[in-house]
Design a protein around this ligand. Sequence first.
Ligand SMILES: [Zn+2]
Length: 144
Amino acid sequence: MADVHSKETRSYNMSRIKGKNTKPELLVRKFLHKNGFRYRLHVKDMHGKPDIVLPKYKTVIFIHGCFWHGHEGCRYYVVPKTRTEWWLNKINTNINNDLQYGKALELRGWKVLVVWECDLKGVDKAGFLTSIIAALKNNEEKPI
Ligand SMILES: [Zn+2]
């Protein structure tokens, strides 16, 4: 079956899916900033280049697109009926990488928070964002 997308279109779509500064990411960043949290973005020398890094809280946040990162049981994770094997291969690689990065970061003393795209589309978006703050405060390094 012929692929409806040209190579250019496909790589454009993929860069959007995998891209930085996605809508869910901006949403979380804005919310954290408004609430007084300061962070670094896409830190290259850390495993998996976490989307948001909060050194004061020793926490990194990954914001995952449900499709691209294979969010199990999620309605946004539907494997395409064409090129199924190709997609599964890509997605499984991402899932494995995510696991490895998470482990490596935790070994270095980082707390890893994963935010799924669908968490930010749910009815209780505000409640979810508030729960991120609660988790961060919990991780804050207390002076000895
Ligand atoms: Zn999801």
